[in-house]
Design a protein around this ligand. Structure first.
Ligand code: N01
Length: 545
């Protein structure tokens, strides 16, 4: 596996057709599409020392995909999907990183990427109709098109705990885990946060730490992932059926070829419902969510049935009833925070070395040199502190680049009350700036590699459409954008999502962030149909010039 740790700028030539941000799933496919398939001059940048994006940074113990690897992979190249072998149903981070390195080498993408390079400012030059992009080494690059593959969950939330800098031991963030695996053996480890990252990390760290103290504010509805080594016969079957599987995935709400959703949890009797949940529980994966009954995200009473089922199962798995009850979510609907998938998470709390601390009733007031101090004066002494406190999702990665559009208007000002986009792909006043899996697109609710391919194909086709007509600028109209924002908000209001007090889907996990839905909730098929219609109608809602 080749990696690059040096800067690889093309100092002799800073003018490009397209600048791409990121070398994760999104950036890599964007380079391939625009450079290899369309023949454009492309320069990409990534702050990391190698490819991988989220899979480069999130190296914490237990980091693993939660969509089956056979589906969570690129579909753009037949040979690639046939030659690659996934060793497990849900692969761990090192294997996904290896896959992305393989893709970078196989399609010769690395030479277009400036690694260890962060983008400081992105400014629209109205006279030249080009983007000027300043990197952290002071270099300015220019390009007709700016394509952000900066990710949705790539800016970790700033630690909110006073005194965190005074802690005597190391502080590790799950979203920026050290490359040299820290030795947690025998140490007193504390972890704050029980989202998908915290839950995956707890299961693993519990095995080696001397003690593991889990600081939980809001319990989560975690369900079994059901991981196992790849079955060779199933793999052969899936490879033979890949075109149909991909097609079925793109036609499913979540972008996975699950197909057995029933309309309503309330239309069946308790016994039948239980059988459905038992079946989903034993098979593992995301099937318990939307795929069991179509109304779980929309009807509180339907949602209550799955929530109660999960609480029962938590009580069955955790020996101490008080700990079990503390682990049971009770005050928000299932699925309104992204449900984590787990292996032996609840069993970790049956170990003598693992302690659960409720920091909702007894808040964290600060981090001290010795550990974590709670409101009642209890100090938990620690050698190592792990922050699994989440991300400034969806908008954070774009706003971090200091983007300024037409008339010197900052994207931060345009989005002061929440993101405003058309199709989650572009914003009015920011011509030729494409956001792969941007806010208000299905993004994280649509199997990411496929969501990414759809967006890159859309923007590639749009660029080709312009160039075939001797045009060079595409920008959504203010009206189309306002209507899309209205539509995405309306869709969210029809679901239970706004009922979660701290969900990154709604932006309310970050203090001070505008509370607006950050994802499109109409599902992948409806979204894809809308994008196709826009193209069929000559890029309806966009102004081309
Ligand atoms: O972040 P989160 P994450 N005091 O926001 C707690 C993807 N992902 O990194 O709920 C105390 O979900 C916070 O508590 P609360 C996936 O899309 C996928 O875990 O705000 N606690 C919560 O418990 C996922 O949804 C995988 O009360 C504080 C936790 O920190 C997304 O990334 C694996 C706090 C944050 O949970 C984000 O997951 C990992 C405070 N001040 C991630 N601030 C896969 O399986 C925050 N918390 C593929």
């Amino acid at each position: 596996m080749a990696t690059s740790t040096t800067r690889t700028h093309h100092d002799h030539d800073h003018d490009h057709d397209a600048i791409v941000v990121g070398a994760g799933f999104a950036g890599l496919y964007a380079i391939h599409k625009l450079r290899n398939r369309m023949g454009l001059d492309v320069q990409a940048f990534d702050a990391a020392g190698g490819v991988g994006g989220t899979w480069y940074w999130n190296r914490y113990p237990g980091a693993r995909v939660d969509i089956e690897s056979v589906h969570y992979s690129y579909s753009f190249d037949e040979d690639l999907q046939h030659e690659w072998h996934w060793t497990e149903r849900f692969c761990a981070q090192p294997e996904i990183l290896e896959y992305l390195n393989h893709v970078a080498d196989r399609f010769d993408l690395r030479r277009s990427i400036g690694f260890n390079t962060r983008i400081d400012a992105v400014t629209w030059d109205e006279t030249a109709s080009r983007w000027e992009v300043r990197t952290d080494d002071g270099t300015v690059h220019r390009a007709r098109y700016f394509v952000s593959g900066a990710g949705t969950l790539s800016v970790p939330k700033k630690p909110e705990f006073p005194g965190v800098d005074t802690f005597a031991g190391p502080v590790y963030m799950t979203g920026n885990w050290p490359h040299e695996e820290p030795d947690l053996g025998g140490k007193r480890v504390g972890i704050i946060g029980v989202g998908s990252s915290g839950i995956q990390a707890v299961s693993e760290i519990a095995k080696t730490a001397g003690t593991l103290t889990v600081f939980q504010r809001t319990p989560n509805y975690a369900t079994p992932i059901g991981n196992h080594p790849t079955d060779p016969e199933q793999e052969a079957r899936e490879k033979a059926e890949y075109p149909q599987l991909r097609d079925a995935a793109r036609n499913h709400f979540l972008g996975v070829p699950y197909s057995d959703v029933q309309p309503s949890a309330l239309a069946v009797g308790a016994e039948e419902r239980r059988q459905v949940f038992d079946d989903r529980w034993s098979r593992g994966g995301f099937r318990l969510f939307i795929d069991a009954f179509g109304d779980i995200l929309f009807d509180q009473r339907a949602n209550d049935t799955v929530a109660e089922y999960i609480r029962e199962r938590i009580h069955e798995r955790v020996d101490d009833p008080e700990t079990a009850e503390l682990l049971c979510p009770r005050d928000y609907p299932y699925g309104t925070k992204r449900p984590p998938l787990e292996t032996d998470y609840y069993e970790a709390f049956n170990r003598d070395n693992v302690h659960l601390v409720d920091v909702k009733s007894n808040e964290i007031v600060s981090v001290t040199p010795n550990g974590v101090l709670l409101a009642d004066g209890t100090e938990h002494e620690l050698d190592v502190l792990v922050l699994a406190t989440g991300f400034d999702a969806c908008t954070g990665p774009l706003l971090a680049m200091n983007i300024t559009g037409v008339g010197g208007r900052a994207l931060a000002d345009h989005w002061a009350d929440g993101p405003q986009t058309y199709l989650g792909l572009m914003s009015h006043g920011f011509p030729n700036l494409f956001m792969i899996t941007g806010p208000q697109s299905p993004s994280v609710l649509y199997n990411m590699p496929l969501a990414i391919e759809d967006h890159v194909d859309f923007l590639g086709d749009a660029i080709a459409h312009l160039s075939e007509r001797g045009l060079s600028v595409i920008e959504p109209t203010a009206e189309a954008e306002a209507e899309w924002v209205r539509h995405t908000n309306e869709l969210a209001q029809a679901t239970l999502l706004p009922n979660s007090p701290t969900s990154w889907y709604m932006g309310n996990n970050v203090p001070g962030k505008p509370q607006r839905v950050l994802v499109y909730l109409g599902g992948a098929p409806a979204y894809r149909a809308k994008c196709a219609e826009v193209v069929e109608h000559g890029y309806e809602g966009f102004r081309l010039s």
